[in-house]
Design a protein around this ligand. Sequence first.
Ligand SMILES: [Fe+2]
Ligand SMILES: [Fe+2]
Length: 441
Amino acid sequence: MPADSETLPKKYHDAVLNWQQQFLPDLEFLQENWDKHFPKDPCFRLCAYREQGICGHIEVGDEAGKPKYRRACEMSPHQANHLLKAVKAQASTEFGSIQQHRLTLTRAQSEQDQFWVLRMMAEELRHGYQMLSVLLNDDWKSLVGQSGEEMVEEILSMKPGSHVLGAFNIDFDSFVDNIVFCALIDRVGKYQLTMQKVSAYQPMAESMPPMLREEAFHLAAGVIPLRRWMQEAARGEIYATPSAIQRTLNKWLPRGLEMFGDERGGASNIKMGFKDLTNQASLDQYYQEVVKMVRDLNLRYLRERLGEIASDDLDKTLLDLEGGQRSREVEPDEILRVPDKGYFRRRGVFAYQMIGSDGRTYSNVVEYQGHLRDTLPESYLASNDFRHYLELLKKVEVGTITKDEAQQRSPQLSRVGGSCPCSKSVRWITEDSSSSVGQSQ
Ligand SMILES: [Fe+2]
Ligand SMILES: [Fe+2]
């Protein structure tokens, strides 16, 4: 279906360009070299797209069948607030991921990988721009007390540490992070966007298809290098080892699962017509997709490692290895494993439970700490993010706080104070229980 494009009023467009100069200064370099790397695709353009011809009536929930809302004022303040929270969380993730990727972008070992990630970053900028257009094309002030201008200022002043969702507050330590993040976290993005295709708010629903088309490229930017790294490892290369990939999967998957929100929530999104799946249902589908991706990576590894082998034998070998048995001279720890859904969680039903990557439950914190040391990247263990998790876990274990309190108290850096355009202040805050996850409801 065709899509219309628009640019934001100059003041806001320039504000995004200003942000881009700071956090994505290589955008011009990407555009200059676009045809060399992506000769079949039109060059990147910073604009918002609106899909034409999408369904005009509400598709799920209490008001299914009625015309979709074209203006925020047609919604109840409760609905408008709920939607706004999701739009802001989405915008925050788009800008936030650029701030993360830039930390290690230049460490790519291949020019192609670097350009693919750079293109993905540019498209995240466009996604953020798209969400700003959703905010600016309507009048929210009478409903939620915040003008479009104030919201744009709030979003563009977010720094690593102040983003709405936890995954966007964690630093990258190597280019393996860039790639695994694309394969896992952008995949969550794909699910969120797909669910919001039904949005009862027409401008949001129209924004989803163009973003989803770009998201497919982001997943490829993650999966293709992973395939290559696994095949290289099978030939004995040591650039990105299965062990490094495994630990990085362990670092990001728990955060990806938490981006779906608490497993017990999501019903109100459906009721209000904003999404068509509960948190648990979408998380389960996502997890199965990750299982499939990892199985495919393992099969590629084994094919390269073992040479010509019948596909039945290949499946049997993988099954043995997954069960912890050596097979055809391949050791079980050579393949990748998807960590258990309860592993290293700090939000949702498994928050602050001591569940191992293999699903085993630990009864004391010293042992669990040892397990995390053995399964997470060493560079991540030295991070602020990990320290705060472990300190809270220890408090839970001695009974100073409950698991729920730990979940609510998970400290994070957040911007506080007024909406003065020069305000960039961030400080440690404690969340209240109602805002535990931006897209949780
Ligand atoms: Fe995005
Ligand atoms: Fe993405």
